[in-house]
Design a protein around this ligand. Structure first.
Ligand code: NAD
Ligand code: UGA
Length: 440
């Protein structure tokens, strides 16, 4: 029986290994992590991450050919294939701070593997392309699997061994094999291209607001060109998530290190527009609410960086809330999947500190006083002057907006950062509605 061990039981390691176990009953998969609480959660009914369909997959394999453990060395020493799926955050200090990837966790995993297995192994690059919220369907039916390896006979043999795992369910023509650097750069490039589309449409949204065009109509018309395609053209309050910004900053750093400042500058602009979009959103809230939000209650609907996940890493909600708090607003937050602890932690943390291990441990933050976290949208919006929709959760589309309006201060403002509400209907009720890239 082939044995796989994955170091890192996070958003990638957990779901990916669960799917490998499900699709390859002949393979034994162990997922290991230094975080005891994370492993305990993987072994419980309350998995550490929210991902539609994940519970089902884990239930089918856990205890059969899928195991979660803190016995890192034991499982690494027994494995034929070791995956490393540890966090690779942006460096916060030292050389390349604010850009380069912090490889501390990766290196410590690599050194541990070398300690227990010796240095007789091949290294492959197998970047994962799943998106959170759709991880299970993405893993079941990937557009491609990418495997990079050395062009030596040993390297090619290792590529074949990993290919054999994926070919249990991924059609052969979707498994791409490249050299190591191509695989590594393809991952950064794919995320940079996706993020670039969002920054492009968000840049257009500012121009739409200035001219009276509607960004939804513009992106629909643009996306109808089959050369461009319709995906990743939704204007928003900005992109978030653990990888887009991190990977682009890393790309920028690599360009700079290779003497390519013009290329670095080009990609930097994608981040700049994203930051601009978030601050533009806050400015719009403050200016439309008579230039002051001081002591006004503002409801925040949605804190996760996108729907169907509880992940808040780099969520635009952090910047929007910090902006409003900076102007002394009282903020009342509701998200169906994010805990109060997590929100308080996010709002007290410094930029780029979010993926460093300190907060992989539970800690009690000094709560931000002007913030309350509540468990339904009606409580969040009661007596509020304004409502901001920051995550496109389906339930926000079907709220009883008449009830919300009746219980708010007047004039009642809605700022839709995801363009999910029916603007005409809300205006009929009496709301003042601001959407992204739409005429007032
Ligand atoms: P994560 O923070 O959710 O999980 C990483 C886990 O690794 C943590 O639980 C941590 O405790 C553990 N860890 C760190 N050092 C360790 C060590 N030495 N030994 C054992 N465990 C250790 O991170 P993630 O979101 O799963 O991302 C993992 C990697 O995958 C990153 O490089 C990321 O860039 C990449 N990636 C992420 C996504 C995504 O959607 N989140 C998608 C594709 C690729
Ligand atoms: C993204 C990529 O889509 C994955 O392929 C990749 O594996 C992953 O990053 C990674 O490397 O971590 P993810 O960040 O989980 O996945 O989610 P996306 O669906 O890409 O959304 C990212 C952000 O962009 C979210 O904040 C989302 O709301 C925003 N977005 C997305 C828009 O604002 N507009 C869009 O049209 C699409």
């Amino acid at each position: 029986m082939v044995k796989i061990c994955c170091i890192g039981a996070g958003y990638v390691g957990g779901p990916t290994m669960a799917v490998i176990a499900l699709k390859c009953p002949s393979i034994e998969v162990a997922v290991v992590d230094i975080s005891v609480s994370r492993i305990n959660a993987w072994n419980s009914d309350q998995l550490p991450i929210y991902e539609p369909g994940l519970d089902d997959v884990v239930k089918q394999c856990r205890g059969k050919n899928l195991f979660f453990s803190t016995e890192v060395e034991k499982h690494v020493s027994e494995a034929d294939i070791v995956f490393v799926s540890v966090n690779t955050p942006t460096k916060t200090r030292g050389l390349g701070a604010g850009k380069a990837a912090d490889l501390t966790y990766w290196e410590s995993a690599a050194r541990m593997i070398a300690d227990v297995k010796g240095i007789n192994f091949q290294i492959l690059s197998n970047p994962e392309f799943l998106a959170e919220g759709t991880a299970i369907p993405d893993l079941f039916n990937p557009d491609r699997v990418l495997i990079g390896g050395r062009e030596t006979p040993e390297g090619q043999k290792a590529i074949e061994a990993l290919k054999d795992v994926y070919s249990h369910w991924v059609p052969e023509e979707r498994i791409l094999c490249t050299n190591l650097w191509s695989a590594e750069l393809s991952k950064l490039a794919a995320n940079a291209f996706l993020a670039q589309r969002i920054s492009s449409v968000n840049a257009m949204s500012a121009l739409c607001e200035a001219t009276g065009a509607d960004v939804t109509e513009v992106s629909y018309a643009v996306g109808k060109d089959t050369r461009i395609g319709p995906k990743f053209l939704n204007a928003s309050v900005g992109f978030g998530g653990s990888c887009f910004q991190k990977d682009i900053l890393n790309l920028v750093y690599i360009c700079e290190c290779n003497g390519l400042p013009e290329v670095a500058e080009y990609w930097k602009q994608v981040i700049k527009i994203n930051d601009y979009q978030k601050s533009r959103f806050v400015n719009r809230i403050v200016s439309s609410m008579f230039n002051t939000v001081s002591n006004k209650k503002v409801a925040i609907l949605g804190f996760a960086f996108k729907k169907d996940t509880g992940d808040t890493r780099e969520t635009p909600a952090i910047d929007v809330c910090k902006g409003l708090l900076g102007d002394n607003a009282r903020v009342s937050i509701y998200d169906p999947q994010v805990t109060e602890d997590q929100i308080q932690r996010d709002l007290t943390m410094n930029k780029f500190d979010w993926d460093h291990p300190l907060h992989l441990q539970p800690m009690s933050p000094t709560a931000v006083k002007q913030v309350s976290v509540v468990w339904d949208a009606y409580t969040a919006t009661k007596d509020a002057h304004g409502v901001c929709i920051l995550t496109e959760w389906d339930e926000f589309k079907t709220l009883d907006y008449q009830r919300i309006y009746d219980n708010m201060q007047k004039p009642a403002f809605i700022f839709d950062g995801r363009n999910i509400v029916n603007v005409d209907k809300l205006r009929e009720i009496g709301f003042i509605v601001y959407s992204i890239g739409k005429p007032l």
